[in-house]
Design a protein around this ligand. Structure first.
Ligand code: 13P
Ligand code: SF4
Length: 331
């Protein structure tokens, strides 16, 4: 829907009215549609949204994002009602690791042989990996289920993975589930990382050919990439950071043109944030179908019906919160 259209304005007015009646706050991830970003109270990366969820004074948190994000909000704010705007909006990477038993989805790690990684057969779970490396701390990316977080020592996001891994008093660290984020942590910390072979299908598809084509088309542009991209792409990037890190980098940089290696939803904020600069996608198909499930109408429906409640049972929430709190303590 076109931001500013009559329909957009009518729906926005209804949302604002319901939001005040319910004492609700709307949080939207940077990959959300333009119309959703416009109606949100806060738009941010996973780390920023976790911090906001942990400190909010509202009764209701409407989360426009994917399931693990709403789950994190519920873990951090158990006395609030947390609503996910679309019940089916999940993150396939988060489903690539389970606490026990087979994972839902698997792939083979194409970088077999890279020294920082161990390759696991497909039926391995987090408990198996912990049993194989007793005493080795587990860092779980926030893109995981509450159960996986509950079995982890600490969480991380793409914004703080290096600081989190460095904070651990151990030479070896288990990092799940993203193989690319794990490789990035290994490169930047010098620690031995025991990685899982999960990946984000949107970021992992980027290749050196894409980099070469984008650089040829935009020779003066700086390349900014998300650490979920493969290492060979990250090595070619001028800067590697989270989605909100990209916003800051592009705003503060003297550069005028940027090639953006992440999901296309960020382009809206980048253009709004730095209107005098130019942004080009690294690939034109970097669209997360789960992030795009939410529309402004989903936000309205959520507030009308108070549906898609996300609530984590206490026996999982308490250990999961410990891992998230430990991450949030790192500045
Ligand atoms: P950020 O934390 O960088 O916003 O990333 C979240 C995510 O899902 C990336 O695909
Ligand atoms: Fe998950 Fe990738 Fe979508 Fe992020 S972009 S929510 S990691 S599938």
């Amino acid at each position: 829907m076109l931001v500013g259209s009559t329909e957009f304005k009518e729906i926005s007015e209804k949302i604002l009215r319901l939001k005040s009646e319910r004492n609700a706050v709307i949080l939207a991830h940077n990959y959300q549609r333009d119309e959703v970003q416009e109606i949100a109270d806060y738009t941010g990366d996973s780390l920023e949204l976790s911090r906001i969820a942990a400190g909010t004074g509202y009764d209701v948190i409407v989360f426009a994002g994917v399931h693990f994000m709403a789950e994190s909000a519920s873990i951090l704010s158990p006395d609030k009602t947390v609503l996910l705007t679309e019940a089916e909006a999940g993150c396939p990477m988060a489903e690539m690791i389970t606490v026990s038993g087979p994972r839902f989805y698997s792939t083979h790690f194409p970088g077999a042989g890279k020294e920082f990684c161990y390759i696991y057969p497909e039926d391995f779970s987090l408990r198996d990996i912990k049993a194989k490396y007793p005493g080795v701390p587990v860092v779980s990316y926030v893109n995981t289920s509450a159960e996986v977080k509950a079995e982890s020592d600490i969480c991380c996001t793409s914004a703080n993975v290096v600081k989190v891994v460095e904070s651990l008093d151990s030479r070896r660290v288990i990092c799940v589930p993203d193989k690319n984020l794990a490789a990035w942590a290994a490169k930047n910390t010098g620690k031995e990382i025991i990685a899982w072979d999960g990946f984000c299908n949107i970021h992992d598809r980027v290749s050196l050919e894409d980099v070469a084509a984008a650089r040829a088309e935009h020779p003066d542009a700086l390349l900014v990439a998300h650490p979920e991209c493969p290492m060979e792409v990250l090595e070619k990037a001028d800067f590697v950071t989270s989605t909100s890190g990209m916003l800051r980098f592009c705003r503060e940089s003297d550069g005028k043109e940027f090639i953006i290696g992440t999901e296309l939803g960020l382009m809206y904020r980048l253009k709004k944030d730095s209107p005098d600069k130019s942004f080009y996608p690294l690939r034109k198909d970097m669209l997360c179908p789960n992030m795009k499930k939410t529309t402004i109408k989903s936000v309205l429906r959520t507030l009308e019906h108070m549906d898609c409640v996300v609530k984590v049972p206490e026996e999982i929430r308490i250990p999961a919160k410990r891992a998230l709190d430990r991450m949030l303590e790192i500045k």
